[in-house]
Design a protein around this ligand. Structure first.
Ligand code: ZN
Length: 296
């Protein structure tokens, strides 16, 4: 155990060098806090039924307590009822005003899956806090590390589509955008047996073409409503941990859709951040309980 921890530590410190230069280079284009492209509130939820619900392979859970919100971090495929929806500012809000907890946040991690040690740590911390998240993945990363995608999925998290190559989509021809999105749908489905239902364009910049293609593919288009700004930080910056926590806490509101990345400093900060959120009375919304308008 301690050996493993040491290995993780070593691996992630080695990564500090490798990752920082490669990851999320296009910081400037990300809006400073909220991820709304100006006035683009049109998060139209697709309503047409989609074909696919192949439940992830090999997971016939014994039918028991079916309508209990599966709050425990068991890796079963039992899914909670759809209690939440996304509003036009990308917040996660109760469908019914009464009886559903409003003080929730959605945790999201973009740009992976990159690295075993970082993924392990993120998953362990999420388990510790009984939290489920959306991992918005890039196709080229999945191609390199299909095993990491499987691990994330098998630990009960949801996979979102973040385009194949992490390019800015809004000014691209629609055929190219379609390919960027569809290739990820297919690759993820081939890898874990189920395709994403959430789409987040790189840098929050999907434009009309991004909205259009999300609609075609029955994907719920989202950016975020609480940016950790972890993507603006560099390896050499001091106090990254405190900065991430401050950024999130300063923007904290019920339904916060929190944008984070698979970055070493975010991995290191997550436990403390989640503890702070819990201390403020927030819980973590299970993305399975978000009604995307898509029949899963
Ligand atoms: Zn990204």
């Amino acid at each position: 155990m301690s050996k493993k921890a040491a290995a993780v530590l070593l691996a992630s410190s080695l990564l500090l060098g490798a990752c920082a230069s490669v990851t999320e280079s296009p910081a400037p284009a990300d809006p400073p806090s909220a991820g709304n492209e100006a006035g683009k509130s049109g998060a139209t939820e697709p309503t047409s039924p989609s074909s696919g619900t192949d439940a992830a392979a090999g997971s016939e859970a014994p039918a028991e307590g079916k309508d209990k919100p599966a709050e425990t971090g068991s890796g079963g495929d039992e899914q909670p009822p759809k209690l939440y929806r996304m509003d036009s500012a990308y917040n996660i809000v109760p469908i019914k005003e009464d009886g559903t907890e409003k003080k929730v946040v959605l945790l999201t991690f973009d740009d992976g899956p990159k690295d075993q040690a970082m993924v392990d740590s993120l998953l362990d911390t999420l388990d510790k806090h009984k939290a489920k998240a959306i991992f918005f993945v890039n196709g080229y990363r999945v191609k390199e590390h299909p095993e990491l995608l499987k691990q994330i999925f098998e630990r009960g998290h949801m996979i979102g589509n973040h385009s194949y190559d992490h390019i800015i989509l809004k000014n691209e021809p629609i055929a190219k955008v379609r390919k960027q999105v569809k290739d990820v749908q297919e690759l993820v489905k081939d890898t874990i047996g189920t395709a994403p239902v959430f789409f987040r364009p790189p840098n929050g910049a999907g434009g009309d073409v991004g909205h259009q293609v999300a609609k075609e593919e029955d994907l719920l288009y989202m950016t975020w409503s609480n940016g950790s700004l972890d993507w603006t930080m560099k390896k050499s910056d001091p106090n990254k941990k405190q900065a991430i926590i401050k950024n999130v806490m300063d923007q904290l509101h019920p339904g916060s859709n929190i944008l984070m990345h698979e970055l070493p400093w975010t991995v290191e900060t997550l436990d403390e951040l989640l503890t702070k959120l819990e201390q403020k009375g927030y819980s973590f919304v299970d993305p399975h309980s978000i009604d995307t308008g898509v029949i899963e």
